[in-house]
Design a protein around this ligand. Sequence first.
Ligand SMILES: Nc1nc2c(c(=O)[nH]1)N[C@H]1C(S)=C(S)[C@@H](COP(=O)(O)OP(=O)(O)OC[C@H]3O[C@@H](n4cnc5c(N)ncnc54)[C@H](O)[C@@H]3O)O[C@H]1N2
Ligand code: MOO
Length: 434
Amino acid sequence: MKSIAQIAAELQGYDPQALGADDVNEFLSRLVEPVGGVEEVGIFDALGRVLARDVISPFSVPPHDNSAMDGYAFDGAQLPADAPLTLAVVGTALAGKAWQGTVAAGECVKIMTGAIMPAGLDTVVPQEFTQAEGERIRIPPKLLQRGDNRRLSGEDLMAGQPALRQGERLTPAALGLLASLGLATVPVARRLRVAYFSTGDEILSLGEAPREGAVYDSNRYTVFGLLTRLGCDIVDLGVVRDDPARLEAAFTQAAQQADAIITSGGVSVGEADYTRAMMKKLGDVAFWRIAMRPGRPMAVGRLPAAAGRDPGEAGSAGAILFGLPGNPVAVMVTFLAFVRPALLRMMGARAETPPLLRARSSTGIRKKPGRTEYQRGTVSTAADGSLQVGITGNQGSGVLSSMVQANGLIVLHHGQGSVAAGDLVDVMMFDGVI
Ligand SMILES: Nc1nc2c(c(=O)[nH]1)N[C@H]1C(S)=C(S)[C@@H](COP(=O)(O)OP(=O)(O)OC[C@H]3O[C@@H](n4cnc5c(N)ncnc54)[C@H](O)[C@@H]3O)O[C@H]1N2
Ligand code: MOO
């Protein structure tokens, strides 16, 4: 396990006072490791979980060649180039009840979708393309090619091949695939346990009476939502006052039970910076200024493992600390840009950078090169069918209403300058991410 100083020494040009967003992710990818621990869960409990081992297909899917249509199966070698083909119907193959007989030249078998192809037959003509002539059917010319409407054994999965890879987050399609292999349970990484609290004397818990200069805690609720979407086990430690003893107790309690700790507030250079001082006292912590907006100050580090934890248990390897800035939108942006990928890595998920979408900016946006900026925006379809994105009003880093209206973040990259109306910009869509 590397210390903050060791990782800093490995990185070229590491300057904690001016880190680029990419540098932050590079640093975090060296700091955090998969926490380990596997549990077997039922398929209904597996959605969104991270697969802990490859799943090998025990048999081929589909297990046999079968028909893709309701119709008639025959040997496609008999198809004449441009004359009709007439065949005698000698039996019926149903899904789940195979036809066992033999089929000679000039014969066919009535077959249903999903039924096993009788031996020697490789082509199916859909019922509606045929004309019945007593016990015979007539297939018009130039309609079919040999092999049409037949699904091959193993065309979905071959026996012995990996059907799903370790590190995948299980999607609805993956649940269906597991079921198609007859698997009722699946090995997944244990849930990551994340503790969080908000800090600040001015922060009111819900239920407290409003008072001058105080604001209701919103960060715990956005963090709760973001962590829930990631499938974490969450430990809510409430609001902690700017008081060294209470902060120490909160950090200690968090480190005893969690793989990661998320705090908000108290990481800048203000007067009541007890949070910062306590992080320094208790752990191996770096304080950064990141070249980004919103979300400039951030603390990252590790608190030592609590005594008596069994290996593999939450907190047994120490807790990774993410000290996020206090401003509510800065919390969400730093979470999406840095915390989310780091937590996914700790969960054992394969690197998963959400693809950015390109949309035409409906307005000009002023931007200085040399920092990454995230603007709240709404992507919609323009009259000509192309994608456009507009900014959702006040972009102050404390303004949550413009975040609520947004369906994505416009990402203006480090080296990028101002954007003119009509320019293409990158957007990180929220759907599937938060
Ligand atoms: N001289 C400087 N001042 C500031 C700098 C700086 O670089 N130099 N950075 C600014 C930026 S950017 C941010 S972000 C904040 C971060 O400071 P802190 O992490 O110490 O956060 P606080 O001062 O505690 O709070 C900032 C702001 O957010 C509100 N807040 C805090 N927690 C919550 C919560 N749980 N729910 C709702 N709102 C919360 C708090 O009331 C403040 O308004 O520092 C700037 N200053
Ligand atoms: O950049 Mo601070 O983190 O906006 O509000």
